[in-house]
Design a binder for this molecule. Structure first.
Ligand code: F6P
Length: 361
């Protein structure tokens, strides 16, 4: 049996651990393993396949990034290309991908990716490609699973950054607004904000009101505390307002960002307090995975191979109720998992006095 491993979308800490476990599990069964260089787009290039051997995956568990390379414009159903006049358009090249995989005698693809990758995987399944998915994204927003690989490291990085910014906020008696990633879900903001004892946490699931945030700032000041920590997820919006979008390219998801700077200016104006904002950005995707991320990544990678061995194709291996399980890719494709407003993490945040800027302060 010959299989391929693809790391789709943005990188996340833990990808290499998943690649290593999948590769070694497959080799121990006598299979051959190839990695797709920089995603499906590589299949239109000269040397798309990277042979994965035990030697090639040695010592990579603790490495961030992906030894295969990643591409967030690698959707074969919407492949960007530049037209003669310099403008960009997209075309469906999925049939070529299917042909190339067949030509190379690849029996199945281990697709390590986020919601976008699972959508692509589901489309490839419909074209007859056998796929097993591994849930990867720092955003933790893949439908059907409790946790994705990369999330724990991102939250740890964000928490440590907020801790550091807090000492400066305290020294200067400022409002510090920390913008975190997470796309349309507030998992990183909520988990890091709560863990780092932020005063205000703003997430896409609970649109905020500037009036409510200003009231909370005044309340904090009245209590004698002179600094305020606001953690805002990049996808958070004002009640009735639009998302802060920095741009959108063909074949790529929209780029979010800007809400932190908006809040810095509004809060300075409305409260008279000195305010600063900080965008954590790609720091959250980088670095060595935490022990937890290493472990789930290794477990996901090995579980994907067991699924293939059982002939259980077109499934996503997930962590659910602390157990690795398999769910049909078709059940999760095209959906995202957001923070439930009544989740115990939200309730805990409220109980310890965090405001979501939405009337609860
Ligand atoms: O999905 C992971 C993620 O890091 C999001 O949190 C963020 O919105 C996006 O990717 C950033 O994408 P890029 O790496 O293309 O800037």
């Amino acid at each position: 049996m010959r299989i391929a491993i693809n790391t789709g979308g943005g990188d996340a800490p833990g990808l290499n651990a998943a690649i290593r476990a999948a590769t070694l599990s497959a080799i121990s069964r006598g299979w051959e393993v190839y990695g797709l260089k920089n995603g499906y787009g590589s299949l239109f290039t000269d040397k798309p396949f990277i042979p994965l051997t035990a030697d090639r995956v040695k010592g990579i568990t603790m490495q961030g990034g992906t030894i295969l390379g990643a591409a967030n414009r690698g959707n074969p159903f919407e492949m960007p290309y530049q037209k003669a006049d310099g403008s960009w358009a997209a075309e469906d090249r999925s049939d070529e991908v299917v042909r190339m995989l067949k030509k190379k005698k690849i029996k199945a693809v281990v697709a390590i990716g986020g919601d976008g990758s699972m959508y692509i995987a589901n489309q490839l399944v419909k074209k007859g490609v056998h796929v097993v998915g591994v849930p990867k994204t720092i955003d933790n927003d893949i439908f059907g699973c409790d946790i994705t690989l990369g999330f724990d490291t991102a939250v740890t990085t964000a928490t440590e950054a907020i801790d550091k910014v807090t000492t400066t906020a305290e020294a200067h008696q400022r409002i510090m607004v920390v913008e975190v990633m997470g796309r349309y879900a507030g998992w990183i903001g909520l988990h890091a904000g709560l863990s780092a004892s932020a005063d205000i946490v703003l997430i896409p699931e609970l649109p905020f009101s500037i009036d409510v945030i200003v009231d909370k700032v005044r309340q904090i000041e009245k209590s004698g505390k002179k600094h305020v920590i606001v953690v805002v997820a990049e996808g958070a919006t004002e009640e009735g307002g639009k998302r802060f979008v920095r741009g959108k390219k063909i074949g790529q998801a929209e780029l979010l960002g800007g809400v932190g700077e908006y809040l810095e200016k509004e809060l300075a104006k409305r409260t008279g307090k000195e305010s600063r904002s900080l965008v954590l950005g790609h720091l959250q995707r980088g670095g060595s995975p935490t022990t937890y991320d290493r472990l789930i990544s290794l477990r996901f990678g090995a579980a994907a191979i067991r699924s293939l061995e059982n002939g259980d194709f077109n499934k996503l291996v997930v962590m659910r109720d602390n157990r690795i399980q398999r769910v049909p890719i078709s059940e999760v494709a095209g959906k995202i998992k957001t923070v439930p407003a009544d989740s115990d993490t939200v309730l805990t945040a409220l109980d310890v006095g965090i405001s979501f800027g939405n009337g609860d302060a």
